[in-house]
Design a protein around this ligand. Structure first.
Ligand SMILES: Cc1cc2nc3c(=O)[nH]c(=O)nc-3n(C[C@H](O)[C@H](O)[C@H](O)COP(=O)(O)OP(=O)(O)OC[C@H]3O[C@@H](n4cnc5c(N)ncnc54)[C@H](O)[C@@H]3O)c2cc1C
Length: 342
């Protein structure tokens, strides 16, 4: 079987990795001259499931993806992984209602997911926290760029291959893993673009004590070699990659608003902008494209691509190799492109 994967971001690289593990040779086609040149090129990213107040096909996907990531990441080498835990701070009334409901309905053991008061959050974080929080002990950060490089070891790739039509690749099976570009092959996919910028700052006197990731709408990692990743902005419908100093200020001010003294002494190091691909309903599109023979897609990974790309890769490889699927049929249906077909 000849498999072609279009796109070498997290989605395409994870697919190549899972095929490689299954003994199937693939070829990846990438428009840029390197791996992870698009949204997946950040030095640091968080892996957190998307929270839903109730268990449903969507939450089942992210719960399974989170468990899969934890089972997988500790075996990967040189991917900048740290399971330092994440505190999701209760910063508004909506989260005050939703987070405890999530904890109740997901029914994970308290050592894996629980609500903590501000006092316990302070002890966990190592810095003063004024909010209650949902705590995920197994969460943390990893380098998406290094993850892509790890996935792609010993995989055949053609760079500067901007595929315009399916006939341009010679394969029995083609998988679109090219973010927003999937639309040029399947125009009815309801994809949109959301620009984002991630900023990096040297640690200050207070922040060096931070032990866990903090999430509050934005996010701040513990110091990684003396530098914090502070993210990230959301600009719907925008796709330019020019860096904006306003975005760095915005990332910093969101942090200062929730943990006031943490950023004192921060000095700007660098920033990177990227473009997320999102979907109407904010759930990725992973499955077989209807009415086109042997065409599959993995896109719309939004802000949670670290988890959804790997889970999506296992799902697609199992489908293509006709193995049993590890997700329920409701979840497979919720991911399927045909949910949008016109
Ligand atoms: C600022 C920012 C912060 C983020 N933080 C996090 C985070 O903390 N945690 C998390 O889980 N996610 C995060 N994300 C989201 C995550 O990065 C994305 O979900 C993920 O990178 C999507 O991967 P992808 O492979 O679908 O897309 P991309 O990484 O964009 O890859 C698509 C690839 O396809 C190639 N391509 C396009 N068209 C063609 C074509 N016709 N032929 C050949 N190649 C083509 C492109 O060049 C590109 O390399 C963040 C994103 C941004 C922008």
């Amino acid at each position: 079987m000849k498999v072609a994967i279009i796109g070498a971001g997290l989605a395409g690289c994870a697919l190549a990795y899972v095929f490689k593990k299954s003994g199937v040779k693939v070829k990846v086609y990438e428009a840029a001259d390197k791996i992870a040149g698009g949204a997946s090129g950040n030095d640091v990213g968080l892996y957190n499931p998307r929270f839903f107040a109730e268990r449903n096909p969507e939450s089942d996907f992210y719960a399974a993806a989170f468990a899969l990531a934890i089972r997988s990441f500790y075996r990967f080498d040189d991917v900048g992984w740290n399971d330092c835990g994440a505190l999701h701070l209760v910063t508004n009334g909506q989260k005050e209602g939703r987070f405890p409901k999530t904890v109740r309905s997901w029914q994970w053991e308290p050592e894996h997911m629980r609500m903590v008061g501000a006092q316990e959050a302070t002890e966990i974080a190592g810095v003063q926290i004024k909010q209650d929080a949902l705590y995920l002990d197994d969460s943390g950060y990893i380098s998406p760029r290094k993850l892509c490089e790890f996935y792609m070891r010993d995989v055949d790739i053609e760079y500067e291959a901007d595929i315009a039509k399916l006939d341009d690749v010679e394969a029995d099976i083609v998988i679109l893993a090219n973010g927003y570009g999937a639309k040029s092959f399947v125009p009815w996919l309801p994809l949109s673009r959301v620009r984002g910028q991630l900023s990096y700052y040297t640690q200050g006197a207070n922040s060096s004590e931070l032990k866990t990731v903090l999430c509050y709408g934005g996010y701040c990692t513990p110091s990684i070699g003396g530098v914090h990743a502070v993210g990230s902005t959301f600009q719907r419908g925008e796709a330019d990659l020019e860096l904006r100093s306003d975005d760095d200020a915005d990332n910093l001010s969101k942090l200062e608003a929730v943990v006031p003294k943490l950023a004192s002494g921060f000095e700007f190091v660098k920033a990177r902008a990227g473009v997320r691909t999102t979907v109407k309903g904010h759930f990725p599109i992973i499955g077989k494209v209807p009415a086109v023979e042997n065409l599959y897609v993995s896109t719309g990974h939004g802000s949670h691509g670290i988890l959804s790309s790997l889970m999506g890769a296992y799902l697609l490889v199992d489908m293509i190799l006709e193995r049993p699927l590890s997700l329920s049929s409701d979840t497979v249906q919720a991911l399927c492109p045909s949910r949008f077909e016109v």
